[in-house]
Write a protein of this length. Structure first.
Length: 221
């Protein structure tokens, strides 16, 4: 691709191979974060300056890292991106085009930390990093106007706050399966279309809307 740097392309490739090595169905945000700490580029330097070491990938995904080293084949084309990660890559491209640049690892990092409620964000929070500082450091590396970068980051946070506050009770007491699916955290379901449609039909009733699923252990209830 002409609109992406070799470092960014390598980071995306590493993220996909890491997902393959982890045995999951799709490339997730945490895979991209780990790849950015390993791939040579601006993001690696920024993350190191903010307390995320270049050993992050091996520490968080030891088995997958070992499997990647043992395999001599590139498996990046075998694993798709989750919808949220696809959006992050698209947002990174928009940020790069705004500055008339190729998409680099710094743009991927900016787009990644703008997204809230992701596994990558949780990892960065656990490491006690400052998301805004990471974003601004990456913006400076991308030679982006500081005021524009600040406004862009805060705007993304305000939008997320508005969305989350619409259903605070549900956020606290229920699981958002749509979000789980976007993150690639749900296992795929095969050959259960009729059963799923039947359950949905029952749940949609005004009365008698409690489905009971029967079956032997291990059959996919």
């Amino acid at each position: 691709m002409d609109n992406i740097t070799k470092s960014a392309e390598k980071a995306l490739q590493t993220a996909a191979n890491l997902a393959w090595g982890s045995g999951v169905q799709a490339v997730r945000t945490e895979h991209l974060l780990a790849a950015l700490t390993a791939a040579e580029g601006a993001a690696k330097e920024i993350l190191q300056n903010n307390g995320i070491p270049d050993t992050f990938l091996e520490e968080k995904f030891p088995d997958a890292a070992k499997k990647m080293k043992q395999s001599k084949k590139d498996h990046s084309s075998e694993v798709p991106f989750t919808p949220i990660l696809q959006k992050i890559v698209e947002d990174a491209g928009i940020l790069a085009r705004h500055e008339r640049q190729k998409m680099g690892t710094e743009h991927l990092l900016m787009a990644l930390v703008k997204q809230r409620d992701t596994t990558a964000g949780e990892m960065l929070s656990e490491a006690q990093t400052n998301m805004r500082k990471i974003y601004m450091d990456a913006a400076e590396m991308a030679q982006m106007d500081a005021e524009f970068a600040k406004t862009d980051f805060m705007s993304s946070r305000e939008k997320d706050d508005t969305r989350r506050s619409a259903t605070p009770f549900l956020d606290k007491h229920a699981k958002d399966l749509v979000k789980e699916a976007e993150e690639g955290n749900l296992d795929p379901v095969f050959d259960r279309e009729n059963e799923i449609e039947s359950v949905m039909e029952i749940l949609g009733r005004r009365t008698k809307n409690n489905p009971c699923i029967l079956g032997e252990p291990g059959v996919g209830k």
